[in-house]
Design a protein around this ligand. Structure first.
Ligand code: FDA
Length: 321
C-alpha cells in the first residue's frame, strides 16, 4: 500500500513541486544522487573507480514533453561521454527514452538518441536504455531492435522480472547477442502484465538469471536482494561461469556493504550513479523500494526545519556576542 502511494506520488506534479522546495529535500536526495551537476557525477565516479567499482552514469530526467529539453538532455549525455573518455573513467551511461523524446515523436527520438550513440560509438562507450513502465516496454524493445538492425552494437536493454513477458524478452536478447540488465522493476504495474507477489517476482528473477548466465552476452544482474545475489553466486559456481563474463549492478548509496563484499570476492560490480536536478521521481522510487528510507526524509526534515535553523542561528548569535 505504502509502495503504491509513493510510486503514485513520484508521478504527481504538485507533490514534486512541494517536495523539491522543502527544506532538507536536497540533503535527502544526496543519499541516492551524486549531485545536481555532471561534475558531481564525475567526482562520485572517480571515488567508486578508486574503490574498484565501475559505474554507469545516469542524467536524471524522464517524461520530457519539450523538444528543447530532450535535446538538452542528449547534449548532457554527450558531455558525460566526453568526460568519461577525457578523464579516463571506468564508466558507461544509462538513459531513459522518455527523456530523449519518446513521447514526442519517433523520428525526433531516433535523431536525438542517434547523436548520443554515435558519439558513444566513436569513444567506444556502452549505452544502456533503462526500462520504464510497461506502457513503454514494447516501444522500447522495438526501438532498441531497430537500432540493433541498423548495426549499433554499443547498446543494451533492461528487463524487469515482475513482467510476465520477461523470459520471452530475455530469449530474444540472447538470440541477438545483446546485453541485458536484469532487475525486478520499479513501477506500479497491473495484474494483467505483472506479478504482484514478491515471491513470484523473485522466482522469475532467478529463472531469467539462469537463462542469462551463461548464455547471454555479458549480462548484468541488478539487485540488492541478498537471496537473489546468493542464488546468482551459487548458479555461477555450479555452471563454472567465469567471473568476468557478467556483472552485478547496484544503485548509488544502496547496500555499499554488498558492493564491497562482491568486489572483494572477485566479482565485477557496477554502480548506477544518477546526477541532475530532476531527482524527485527517482528518489520516490527508492523510497517505495524500502519504506525504511523514509526515515532519512524525516531526519533530514527535522535537521533542517526552519525552527531548528532559527534555533541554530540564535545559538550562534549568543556565542559570538
Ligand atoms: P527488493 O526491492 O526486493 O529489495 C531487497 C532488499 O534490498 C531490501 O530489503 C533492502 O535491504 C535492499 N534495498 C532494495 N532497494 C533499496 C533501496 N532503495 N534503499 C535501500 N535498500 C534497498 N528498475 C526499472 O524498472 N527499470 C530500470 O531500468 C532499472 N534499472 C536499475 C539499475 C540498477 C543498477 C539497479 C540496481 C536497479 C534498477 N532498477 C530499475 C530498480 C529495480 O527494478 C528495483 O526496483 C530495485 O533494484 C529494488 O529491487 P531489489 O532487487 O534490490 O530487491
Amino acid at each position: 500500500m505504502l509502495r503504491e502511494i509513493l510510486i503514485h506520488l513520484s508521478e504527481n506534479r504538485l507533490a514534486r513541486k512541494v517536495s523539491m522546495s522543502a527544506p532538507g529535500a536536497r540533503t535527502v536526495a544526496r543519499r541516492f544522487v551524486a549531485g545536481e551537476s555532471l561534475d558531481d557525477g564525475v567526482v562520485a565516479t572517480r571515488e567508486l573507480n578508486r574503490n574498484g567499482l565501475t559505474v554507469t552514469l545516469d542524467y536524471l530526467g524522464e517524461s520530457v514533453s519539450s523538444r528543447g529539453e530532450a535535446t538538452a538532455a542528449a547534449d548532457t549525455y554527450i558531455a558525460a561521454l566526453e568526460r568519461i573518455a577525457g578523464d579516463g573513467l571506468d564508466a558507461n551511461v544509462s538513459l531513459k527514452l522518455t527523456q530523449m523524446g519518446q513521447d514526442i515523436d519517433t523520428a525526433f527520438l531516433r535523431e536525438n538518441v542517434g547523436r548520443v550513440l554515435d558519439r558513444a560509438r566513436d569513444l567506444d562507450i556502452f549505452v544502456r536504455f533503462d526500462m520504464e513502465s510497461s506502457e513503454y516496454t514494447q516501444r522500447t524493445i522495438d526501438f532498441f531492435r531497430s537500432l540493433w538492425d541498423e548495426g549499433y552494437r554499443n547498446i543494451g536493454i533492461v528487463l524487469q522480472s515482475y513482467l510476465y513477458r520477461c523470459a520471452d524478452d530475455a530469449r530474444m536478447a540472447i538470440e541477438l547477442g545483446a546485453r541485458v540488465r536484469l532487475c525486478k522493476g520499479a513501477y506500479q504495474e497491473p495484474e494483467s502484465v505483472a506479478y504482484q507477489d514478491k515471491a513470484d517476482v523473485d522466482g522469475n528473477f532467478v529463472r531469467v538469471m539462469q537463462m542469462l548466465i551463461p548464455d547471454a552476452h555479458y549480462p548484468a544482474i541488478a539487485t540488492h536482494d541478498e537471496a537473489m545475489l546468493e542464488a546468482t553466486r551459487k548458479h555461477v559456481e555450479a555452471t563454472g561461469t567465469p567471473h568476468d563474463s557478467f556483472e552485478f549492478q547496484m544503485l548509488y548509496g544502496v547496500r555499499r556493504d554488498f558492493q564491497n563484499q562482491l568486489r572483494d570476492a572477485g566479482y565485477k560490480v557496477r554502480v548506477y550513479v544518477p546526477f541532475g536536478e530532476a531527482w524527485y521521481p527517482y528518489l520516490m522510487r527508492r523510497m517505495a523500494e524500502r519504506p525504511a528510507n523514509l526515515m532519512f526524509i524525516v531526519n533530514a526534515l527535522v535537521a533542517e526545519s526552519p525552527l531548528r535553523f532559527l534555533r541554530r542561528r540564535r545559538k550562534d548569535g549568543w556565542r559570538s556576542s
